[in-house]
Design a protein around this ligand. Structure first.
Ligand SMILES: NC(=O)c1ccc[n+]([C@@H]2O[C@H](COP(=O)([O-])OP(=O)(O)OC[C@H]3O[C@@H](n4cnc5c(N)ncnc54)[C@H](O)[C@@H]3O)[C@@H](O)[C@H]2O)c1
Length: 427
């Protein structure tokens, strides 16, 4: 079987490799020529995907990549894994999906299966994408097949293996669903069929909204309990011993990543069309967005206790990536912290072994080119304050506890290390 996968990022690339490992011939397509160049040279640009696993599939001839979408003429299925961000007014930007549709259109042929994987609002596949694909007269469900199947990638989690994660699939017609189920069955163990593309789109949103709301809940409780002198981490650890009806979520400095801070607002936007409000999503967004400011207040208190102010202090942010042990810094609250402290007159630096240099980006362009500080006693002890935003395994918590003058800990990273009394402030 020959397939094409459009968008070779955190989702598309592992999917290419999983299909290739399963004996499917995969053509990876991306508009970024640097990615194609890297892949064809057997290099990886995603930290947790080893170059060897790319080379294995390219050498076996099962994985090729290109910027030329003409190759779609020779495949039986196309899977779209392109970004779905929010625009500057925090509205869904599905232009990447529509552009992918435009790129497929000249090569759309009878019997082709098109599957969208990008997280999006219900209706994107059967309204927006279908409208593009049907423009030349071919009909979805008749001349070609159309489906939605959400990605469930968990970057950085070694136990998250694409083949083992059940895959939800919804087709535009029952025939479309059958084709999509047959496709994914080649590479993935468990397929979960649902009745429509919309049900599949809504499933992914439920999963991400569930996380966003529960993280907001513990973020709020963290502040309430702190005011009462209760440590929320101790409470969560105790609560999670309940063998039913409870699932632990952990507080932090705010939400990050390409999914949880963004996807719920896709539903908020679409729900308005139906006269519906998404109150939980908005409230969770409000609580989570306010977290970096809470960290600033706690840092202010910690500095104040040492007769210092934020203004003029040298502050180190530990961890730039949005979660531990990955190099993905999209939407990371660490950037918000860098900005908030800098606005208040602090001299800012960061340490992150996974992000040695800040890459250019639309949102954080003003930090581009800034380098991570070195990890040694002399450097770390020179800061007035270290704020733990993300707790990577590569940095030793004990060394940090020994070296730092003062620590604001948003991740409970200092829980199991020996540290001088009064040095750590939880936030
Ligand atoms: N990263 C995750 O953990 C994760 C998990 C679940 C779902 N998702 C969803 O999957 C989708 C993709 O996310 P990602 O993290 O892989 O994004 P990404 O930015 O890592 O990768 C997207 C890729 O698409 C390419 N691209 C953009 N427009 C294109 C076009 N018109 N044609 C071809 N290629 C194009 C980009 O160059 C990039 O390489 C998003 O909708 C996201 O919400 C991501």
């Amino acid at each position: 079987m020959n397939i094409a996968i459009i968008g070779l990022g955190y989702v598309g690339l592992p999917l290419c490799l999983q299909f290739a490992r399963s004996g499917v011939n995969v053509l990876g397509l991306d508009i970024d020529p640097r990615k194609i160049e890297a892949l064809n040279a057997g290099r990886s640009y995603i930290e947790h995907i080893p170059a060897a696993s790319i080379q294995e599939q390219t050498t076996a001839g099962r994985f090729k990549s290109s910027t030329d979408f003409g190759g779609i003429r020779g495949v039986e299925a196309v899977i779209i894994c392109v970004p779905t961000p929010l625009n500057k007014n925090r509205e869904p930007d599905i232009s990447y999906i529509l552009n992918s549709g435009e790129a497929i259109l000249p090569h759309l042929h009878k019997g082709l299966l098109v599957v969208l994987e990008s997280t999006t609002y219900p209706g994107t596949t059967d309204e927006d994408l279908r409208a593009v694909l049907e423009r030349n007269g071919m009909k979805a469900g008749v001349d070609f097949h159309l489906a939605f199947s959400p990605e469930r990638e968990d970057p950085g989690n070694p136990n998250s293996i694409v083949a083992q994660i059940p895959k939800v699939v919804g087709g535009f017609t029952p025939g479309c669903a059958q084709r999509a189920i047959a496709l994914y069955s080649k590479a993935i163990k468990t397929i979960v069929p649902v009745s429509s593309c919309r049900a599949a789109e809504a499933t992914k949103l439920l999963e991400n909204i569930f996380r966003g709301v529960n993280i907001a809940l513990v973020n709020e409780l963290k502040q309430v309990y702190a005011a009462m002198g209760i440590d929320v981490w101790e409470v969560i650890n105790a609560a999670k011993t309940k063998p039913f009806g409870y699932m632990p979520f952990y507080p932090g400095p705010g939400l990050g990543g390409h999914c949880i801070p963004i996807d719920p607002f896709y539903l908020t936007w679409k729900a308005r069309e139906y006269g519906q409000n998404t109150k939980f999503i908005e409230l969770a967004g409000e609580v989570n967005t306010a977290m970096p400011m809470y960290v600033v207040h706690r840092t202010q208190e910690a500095l104040n206790a040492k007769k210092k102010s934020i203004n003029g202090s040298r502050i180190l942010i530990m961890g730039l990536a949005y979660k531990a042990n990955v190099d993905d810094d999209r939407e990371s609250p660490s950037y918000t912290l860098l900005d908030l402290f800098k606005e208040r007159g602090a001299e800012m630096s960061y340490f992150d072994p996974h992000v040695p240099v800040i890459r250019p980006s639309r949102e954080h362009g003003h930090w581009a080119g800034t380098k991570s500080v070195a990890w040694n006693k002399e450097t770390i002890s020179s800061f007035d304050m270290v704020v733990i935003s993300t707790n990577h395994k590569k940095a030793s918590n004990q060394e940090l506890a020994d070296w730092a003058q003062c620590i604001v800990d948003t991740r409970n990273a200092m829980a199991d290390v020996k540290v001088a009394a009064g040095k750590v402030w939880k936030a």
